[in-house]
Write a protein that binds this ligand. Structure first.
Ligand code: NAP
Length: 320
């Protein structure tokens, strides 16, 4: 039976103008007869992206993860909350921890019934700080943007609110938004330089994360207090380069960048990402096992394959 707008349960979405949250907002809006209405949370309701969400039918609410009172107001009356931090906006593990704590405590205080927390592994459970394979960063992390998310799981557990711990994967969109696409080598031929060694690596279209989250909210209790990992494919660097070559109609070769070289590239966060790639490589079996494409497709039958995503987006990848 179709739900009326007043009977719909509200899903409050943090990061609604971004990749993960945006995908969830669009998925709920597309499901016109579905059981949920969507509340898009943004720091600036007047931005072009926020206004576009409002025009598409979302309730837009202004709140800031750094302002607990505003987050509590934004979650008030919601059935579900999608919680995500935006590490790369500030690159501070301490601030990310507080943002996660604020979201967890706001969900509890506002009576939210189901939280999805977009988390990642605390890599220190596999690679203790004493492990010399990769440098310890900031005195207490191996992969800061993973470790703090994993550490923050306990904030959500402590609330008692039924929580799904969603382990996401590397976005193919990083070719476009993070400058990680192929670049011309000295001979002009394209090279995909990534520190993946020869191990498979879980990845997916960012847009599909939200569609999976939508399915998790629909199936509710089944995923309460569960860890759920998602990916569309487990690809090696060579397979990623081959896909790019097919989509671009140009030769693209894969170059396995040594982890130490990547860590020392000098851009902000290179050391964090270098350690992340090494963790993914050294624990590839386990990292892939916890993110099954078959399971992910069962959540989201529209899950895009790598080739489908490339067919839609290859032209947007900067190749300079
Ligand atoms: N890139 C990858 O491959 C990858 C893979 C797995 C996990 N992740 C994780 O994904 C997270 C980021 O998610 P995303 O990619 O969806 O981010 P995103 O596309 O950069 O969007 C983040 C959104 O969060 C909102 N935001 C930022 N700071 C805020 C604050 N203080 N209060 C309220 N809202 C705030 C912004 O919206 P407004 O400007 O409208 O407020 C922005 O649209 C990161 O923590 C990253 O570690 C990334």
């Amino acid at each position: 039976m179709a739900s009326t707008s007043s009977s719909r349960k509200i899903i409050a979405v943090v990061g609604a103008t971004g990749s993960q949250g945006g995908g969830l907002v669009r998925s709920i809006l597309d499901d016109r007869d579905g059981e949920f209405a969507v509340r898009a949370i943004t720091r600036n309701a007047g931005s072009d992206k926020a206004r576009a969400l409002a025009a598409a039918g979302a309730e837009v609410v202004q709140a800031d993860q750094d302002d607990p009172a505003s987050m509590r107001r934004a979650f008030q009356g919601a059935h579900g909350a999608y919680c995500v931090t935006s590490f790369w906006d500030h690159m501070s593990p301490d601030r990310e921890r507080e943002q996660a704590r604020t979201q967890a405590e706001s969900a509890r205080a506002s009576g939210v019934r189901h939280v999805i927390w977009s988390t990642l592994e605390d890599t220190r459970r596999w690679v203790p700080l004493s492990d010399p394979r990769m440098p310890t960063l900031q005195g207490r992390y191996k992969v800061p943007h993973f470790d703090v998310k994993g550490e923050a799981d306990e904030f959500f557990a402590a609330t008692g609110v039924p929580t799904t711990y969603l382990l996401t994967s590397f976005y193919w969109d990083n070719y476009i938004k993070f400058g990680l696409g192929p670049k011309p080598g000295p001979d002009g031929r394209l090279v995909l330089s990534m520190p993946l060694g020869d191990q498979p690596f879980p990845s997916m279209a960012a847009e599909d994360i939200g569609r999976c989250a939508h399915a998790i909210f629909r199936r509710g209790a089944e995923f309460a207090n569960q860890r759920v990992g998602i990916a569309a494919a487990h690809l090696t660097g060579a397979q990623m380069a081959d896909g790019l070559a097919r989509a671009l109609g140009r030769e693209v070769s894969y170059q396995a960048v040594p982890f130490d070289v990547f860590r020392n590239l000098g851009f902000p966060g290179a050391d964090d990402l270098g350690n992340m790639f090494q963790f993914n490589h050294d624990y590839s079996d386990e990292f892939c096992r916890s993110r099954s494409p078959e399971f992910t497709r069962s959540l989201n039958p529209r899950l895009q394959t790598y080739d489908q995503w490339l067919a839609r987006h290859a032209a947007e990848i900067p190749l300079g």
